[in-house]
Design a protein around this ligand. Sequence first.
Ligand SMILES: Nc1ncnc2c1ncn2[C@@H]1O[C@H](COP(=O)(O)OP(=O)(O)OP(=O)(O)O)[C@@H](O)[C@H]1O
Length: 359
Amino acid sequence: MYFERLALLNWRNIEDTELTFGKRFNVFWGGNAQGKSNLLEAIFFLGRGFSPRGNRNEDFIRWGKTQAYLGATIRDGELFFKKEVKIGLEARDWRLDNRKEKKRDCVVGYFPDDLEIISGNPFKRRQFLDEAISFISPTYRLLLKTYGDILQQRNCLLKQPLNRELLDVYTEKIAEVGSRIVKARLKYLALLSPFFEKYRERIEDKASKVILRYRTSGYAVNGEIEIGDALFKALGDALPLDRERGFTSCGPHRDDLEFIRENRNLRSFASWGEQKTLALALRLAEASVIKSTKGYGVVILLDDVFSDLDEERRRFLLRDVFREEQVFITTTELQWKKLLPEEETRSFYLERGRVIKDA
Ligand SMILES: Nc1ncnc2c1ncn2[C@@H]1O[C@H](COP(=O)(O)OP(=O)(O)OP(=O)(O)O)[C@@H](O)[C@H]1O
């Protein structure tokens, strides 16, 4: 699958632009704050249906305007389709070949905000897991929705005078649906971890491994007791405190993913450089899981990755990792461009939201 054309109107600082991309490497370059990441974000938004940089319509729309438009022609083997979205201040209108439909495509992006997956609060890591799993398993998305609804109802009940019978029904439901979420996350981590370690090894300076460890919020997942039973018991034990606080304190909505090196949680110890390479390894692993489970290619977006990598690592990414995918790269300097195959590379120079050179 690859993006053949992209049209943008009033998307962030980009006024009105139409671009034709190459099947392999597409480089957006220029000075700081010219619109490179905005362009990359537009591709991600069209591909996946949400932005990695926020969710407010008014932020996507060019300041002073009331509507933005993105449209792309996407090729998939012999097929091609047109995907569009109009973003108003209040609503989004998705179209697929002129039909009202929203489709999720195989786009994986590394953006600088991804550092928060390593060092930010647990919500960021749960969000990473949930988005990645939902993409390969649409039923997981439904499961999350169901869980969210039950949780909300249980939290309401916790705040009301005790209705033990009804509360027990919701506790059972939380344990049942919650355990399915936890199992899906553990299964996903088992798929992700070997890829993550493979990429980490190649793009980090450190030899010591990083283990991805799922941390539950007060219930066991050690195989000795069924996860649903363990969660049910933990929910029961926490009930007096949960009623005092008015919310459910254990379950997948409170769990975390830990990055452990030499018994230390990197959330508190990773340097900025480590956070960056680990987050990059994680996104590359996410793409590899999609390829291995779905069996088809992924469009890769890399926002400001190359400036901090040495030549060996750049070469590894460009030659060993991305052998056939369409790759979009943003950069402020082009010294490393010689590593890209000239005949398979297109460059787009950006200045104040306008693409002024298409080499
Ligand atoms: N809704 C909007 N309307 C107009 N301009 C916007 C909007 N949202 C963001 N911008 C501006 O777009 C500009 C370009 O942002 P972008 O993140 O694409 O920069 P960049 O070229 O990737 O720069 P860097 O190399 O520094 O990351 C910024 O100055 C930002 O303030």
